[in-house]
Write a new protein. Structure first.
Length: 357
């Protein structure tokens, strides 16, 4: 939790600071909303070429009294682009991604230090509504804990969209914490005249501080987001070193990378309850020896992962090993086994044993 006195939120109107232009949804009166949207889009497009602060890793450290630092939770329903956004903000992969729902299962912290400000982003699992097992209850507790322990919330939705899954996440947002409505995949919107009524309906649901249309895959959009978030962070000493990017260990990242390859290579065929456990992680100079177990709930799932003559499992291991070698800058010897643990995802004790909060 952050310490130090927080600054008051910016006024609820159109904001322009250091080339970062956004518009507060609260300022969109029905009669002028479309003009405001048009103006915002034009200004936001123009600001994309604005200069951005350099990372502090290449500069001398600012005095402690000039440092800003704060926690920013990235929340939203499954598969809305939260992990992609976190990786783009950090500048390195710290959270795995796939098209499969529930890929993110842990509270992942990614840091980025720019000039005098350290941004501590917290990626959360997508809030689960379809299954009520022990695993999903654990993931939902992680989300609830995250939104109540930060300086700023970035609520990610697909531009122009809002459904029951979005609403369940939105209901978790505390009124006392500033929240930004981030309309992701804005580049896919073809009829932008429809955004004004959608935006008014979103503001009726929650008192968002600002509205940010962007694409998490657009580098200039991501750069703009730093300037938008910065003013909500308190003046206080940094929590991490200037060159740190995540608080997660190499052992944790190994399990996540294997699980990502598992999800990507099996698609929707494999149930979401599969997980990965690291049994051994040893470093010998430039070599890392890793032994991992993929845990599934049924024998049929095991066969699906192994594949004909072991080809699927071999490919999972090869792709994971290549990425781990790129991440660690050394050689990796990786062994992967597949085991069946029936009903593990609905066993509170086993869920905790497998590393879930």
């Amino acid at each position: 939790m952050s310490t130090g006195k927080k600054e008051s939120s910016p006024p609820a109107d159109t904001l322009s600071q250091s080339g970062q232009t956004v518009i507060s949804p609260a300022s969109l009166a029905p009669a002028q909303s479309q003009d405001a949207i048009d103006a915002m889009l034009a200004q936001a497009t123009a600001s994309r070429g604005a200069a951005v602060p350099a990372d502090s890793g290449t500069q001398s450290l600012p005095p402690v009294g000039e440092q800003r630092c704060g926690l920013i939770a990235i929340v939203g329903k499954p598969n809305v682009g939260k992990s992609t956004l976190l990786n783009a903000l950090v500048g390195q992969k710290v959270s795995i991604t796939s098209r499969k729902a529930q890929t993110t299962r842990h509270r992942i912290t990614g840091m980025r230090t720019r000039a005098a400000t350290q941004f501590v982003f917290v990626d959360t699992p997508g809030f689960q509504t379809r299954h009520g097992n022990a695993l999903n209850r654990s993931l939902n507790r992680t989300v609830v804990g995250a939104v109540n322990d930060v300086d700023l919330i970035v609520f990610v939705v697909e531009a122009g969209q809002f459904n029951l899954a979005d609403a369940k996440v939105l209901a978790l947002l505390p009124e006392k914490t500033p929240a930004i409505l981030l309309a992701n995949k804005f580049d896919l919107i073809h009829r932008r005249a429809e955004i004004a009524p959608w935006l008014r309906s979103m503001q009726e649901r929650h008192n968002f501080s600002e509205f940010v249309p962007m694409s998490a895959n657009n580098a200039k959009d991501v750069e703009r987001l730093f300037g938008i978030c910065e003013k909500y962070l308190p003046v206080q000493p940094w929590m991490y070193g200037a060159d740190e990017l995540t608080d997660r260990s190499d052992r944790f990242m190994a399990a996540e990378i294997i699980r990502e390859k598992l999800f990507r290579l099996t698609g929707d065929e494999l149930p979401y309850t599969s997980t990965v456990i690291i049994d051994q992680y040893e470093e010998e100079g430039n070599l890392r020896k890793i032994a991992a177990t993929i845990v599934v709930e049924r024998d049929g799932h095991k066969g699906m992962i192994i594949g004909e003559k072991g080809e699927k499992l071999k490919r999972i291991g090869t792709e994971a090993r290549h990425e781990l070698e790129a991440l660690t800058g050394g050689k990796v010897f990786l062994e992967i086994w597949v085991k069946v643990r029936s009903g593990w995802a609905d066993d509170e004790a086993r869920v905790k044993t497998f590393g879930y909060e």
